[in-house]
Design a protein around this ligand. Sequence first.
Ligand SMILES: NC(=O)C1=CN([C@@H]2O[C@H](COP(=O)(O)OP(=O)(O)OC[C@H]3O[C@@H](n4cnc5c(N)ncnc54)[C@H](O)[C@@H]3O)[C@@H](O)[C@H]2O)C=CC1
Ligand SMILES: O=C(O)/C=C/C=C(\O)C(=O)O
Length: 490
Amino acid sequence: MTNVQAEVKVVDLYINGEYVKSSNRETFEVKNPATQEIIARVSEATREDVDKACRAARRAFEEGPWRTMPLAERCAKIRRMAEIIIERKEEIARLEALDVGKPYPVAVEREIPRGAHNLKFFADFMEKQGGEVYPMEDEYLNYTRYEPVGVAALITPWNAPFMLTTWKLGPCLASGNTAVIKPAEMTPLSVSLLGEIAKEAGIPDGVVNIVHGFGETAGAALTTHMDVDLISFTGETTTGKTIMKSGADSLKRVSFELGGKAANIIFEDANLDKAIPVSIQAAFLNSGQVCLAGSRILVQRSIFAEFVDRFKKAASELKVGDPQDVATNMGPLVSEEHYNKVTSYLDIAKNENSVLVYGGKRPELPGYLQLGYYLEPTIYIQENPKARIAQEEIFGPIVTLIPFDTEEEALEIANDTEYGLNGVVWTDNLQRAHRISHNVRAGTIWVNCWFVRDLRAPFGGFKKSGIGREGGHHSMEFFTEAKNICVALK
Ligand SMILES: NC(=O)C1=CN([C@@H]2O[C@H](COP(=O)(O)OP(=O)(O)OC[C@H]3O[C@@H](n4cnc5c(N)ncnc54)[C@H](O)[C@@H]3O)[C@@H](O)[C@H]2O)C=CC1
Ligand SMILES: O=C(O)/C=C/C=C(\O)C(=O)O
């Protein structure tokens, strides 16, 4: 068993190429959610610190070499960041396991390499971009340039801090913008390293800045700052609403990736040998703290009993434990507050007459994990798709199984939600797969698979799951201003 915590780490702000303390020397503590031990003291950005970071980013944008640097040179530096991340992936993954409680294997095999890929992908992508050309007979020629917008605020949540921050930083930097990053207060460790990684890769000072702190203080100072031109935010839908209001006075451009409550629809002709293990992942990866989680499983009634038995057995085989242990499938929830929120749904489920199939309590764990925020993988059956556990984003290891009879009914239940981030469908009927994909109102539909990502594809949500799209040219459009140049040829 590994317990990597050795000493309490010191995490500072990264402003204009240097790690610095906050102006009033205040810090906040970060805990290991597996043990409740204090693992870090983090400099808490004041309004003045956020102002310094934004002004550094503005100067680096206006005066520095970044925006005007040849594209190939800029992209080479971003690719170098990606290489350094791969060189340091074990260290970064350990940190992600430490403050998020994410199982180390998930971090080291999946999310940190994806973080590196996020940067490399957008460096490669930007180098291949051309523009539009519109000749007007022989008299005029129009051509388009894509120029950076300015200073971007990149605000990210705690569930996949490194991966989600680099997903924004890649297109932001490759387009020639500068950035002020604000990671979630509970999980600043891995993102904090992006300062030194940027420096080592030769990114000029001021291009990447990192401020730590709470949403209402550091976050609000950032989203109202006059030097910030655009905000790329991933987090809760309610926070998105607040940020939209904060950015309104200065007309900031926004891109929002918000919550989800995906339907994972299993038809009677589905290959259950594939559907069950993938649905287990979709429900319990990162303890269900995944925006794309398949947290409502709609199962055709003719196979419902078989599905429940097999799904329950597969859930019982998940190993819940120390996130640093390579054998662990499921770690703790991220914090006491989140644990209280998630476990409040156990009572809600009971009051709604949901049938508990599996879990619903703290797992038996070794002594040193006794204070961890653990919950067993938990499965309910609920006939009523309007029940709160079938409607609200729980963001924990609680999944609701809902039986249905017909395709029409499945579609109606799938769409009966305020969210629309993604959906999943399992069927061997090609026509039905397309019909369902066209009619579920969500930004991504996975057919006979889940969480397969091609970074060229649009990614984002319908309804309350977001505004705008990220990925490929969608990210590029967000992070650039299109300029048309019209030249008289005569
Ligand atoms: N659609 C997507 O791609 C994804 C969405 N999410 C969503 O994120 C949520 C979980 O993450 P949380 O960290 O709880 O989200 P959150 O909305 O509480 O916080 C996200 C970030 O926003 C900051 N923030 C909070 N209030 C703010 C304010 N008033 N002004 C500026 N910044 C503020 C926080 O400090 C944090 O850095 C879930 O709803 C999940 O579905 C998570 C991952 C991916
Ligand atoms: O693949 C993406 O771009 C987003 C993925 C989101 C998560 O990994 C998550 O919410 O955990």
